[in-house]
Design a protein around this ligand. Sequence first.
Ligand code: NOJ
Length: 563
Amino acid sequence: MSRREWWHDKTAYQIYPKSFFDSDGNGIGDLKGITDKLDYLKDLGIDIIWISPCYPSPLADQGYDISDYYDIDPRFGTLEDMDELIAEARRRGISILLDLVVNHCSDEHEWFRKACEEPDGRYGKYFYIEDRDPSGKLPCNWRSYFGGSVWEPLPGHPDKLYLHMFHKKQPDLNWENPEVREEVYRIIQWWMNRGIAGFRIDAIMNIRKALPFADYPATRNDGLCDASETLETVEDIGDFLDEMRDRVFIPNNALTIGEVFHDKYEDLEDFIGDNGYFSSMFDFSHVVKGQSLLGWYDRRQITTEEYKRCVIEAQRFISDKGFYSNVIENHDRPRAASYYLPPEGRNETGKKCLALAYFMLRGLPFIYQGQEIGMENTLFDSPDDFDDISTLDEYQVAVDAGLSEKEAMEVAALYSRDNARLPMQWADSRNAGFTSGDPWISVNPDYTYINVCEQEKRADSLLNFYRQLTALRKDPDYRETIVWGEFIPVYEDQEGLLAYHRKGDRDLLILANLKSQTQTVHIDTEHRVLLNNMEDIRRNNSDLVLEGWQGVILELVRSDQQI
Ligand code: NOJ
């Protein structure tokens, strides 16, 4: 990759607006609430914000079911609030990315309403609508991501079915129809004109279906096949992505981050190479590790060693061919501290170690709201405590597979997307300082000791550690190396140790001991410590003895350089 882009040296932050900060006391976070917190974000070293959907929506999938692409949901504010947010962010040098959700819309979108009125008319062709076979046989046996068949009777037309890869309130848009693609480009252009920098692009690998519809080998004993499996056979998605890039992304110089689940490394350059479909895509290699086609109940929480192997492989593969976006959390995942760190490492030291380990990888680091203070999973007592449709489905799948209700609850609680969607913990005051009203979803009781206010006061807090990481990334002395330097893993066979150089005009060595036992690393080069998550570092001649969960960034100094 030869080209350097304006966003490469930035740090990004994801906001889940419903749970970030409520400025008007209705219990739901809002755009004004984001504007109120821009100084906090600036201070954290954030340059780019991705805001999860805030468009009008029935919120069946918390905004990923859009009923109007050209407005803001009144619960989140108004278009004027968005304009103000964009302007205030810009004043602070912060760019805004919105979420582009165009694999599907809401069943309450007027396109779908009109399709139901006239399935054979113009809007019927915006969706996948099929005649129902009198025998009851469905057009294909795909299972939607949120459970059950992807086929649902078209409202008002019992003889017809429509396709939804996600929830039945999220009908899939038919990208084969050029008119649909034009609608998408219009939406993108409209928002770019309003002053955003670009988009995070939702579920984009789903836009092209495996056609004609056909049955696939069942992946569970319900006789259905995971929708994701069918995507493996789609070969020409590039046609759509090329067109979108050329029509709207390039002319607008848009920053685009694809939500791409695709494990074919050989295709990476097509996706994020110099003339790739997107500017960047998330490295989800460690997210998919441990997953099972049977459901969450059969999923395995990965070890830190597996995490390490995933990122090393991904980094090695991408090398300088593109620029990944690196994450350990988002709104679809449990909290990183609870997922990646075993109980004995689930403390500020462990959280700092994990932070340092992923933040220094080559690519654009994203921080998910609350990650910077180490928010953790919450406790759920019963299925009634869940809001998320996917958690409710997975709970049922686990029960149907024979788990007791208690066991199914444990599984659902461990992986629930709700964990990440609980209100941001600003203070130890009522409702964690998130709202003066009644929060739409309950606050994690640990807010009394995990909150921004407390960490602001403490120099050695996780929040301040994140500030040190973002500051180092911006430091003119290290920026070149941290942003564009080579990634070179070392001590790969040392279990639980994630160790790599970042080599540019400087030579940095990142050492993260992702386990509780001490580990010794032999270093015979002179070095200085740039960042350490513990007070000290133990030495034994030219060995460094890393304590459990110790993470350090060293600068190796050539003998001709002054320390
Ligand atoms: C991915 C989003 O991140 C997730 O929250 C959503 O449920 C699906 N796409 C469907 O839009």
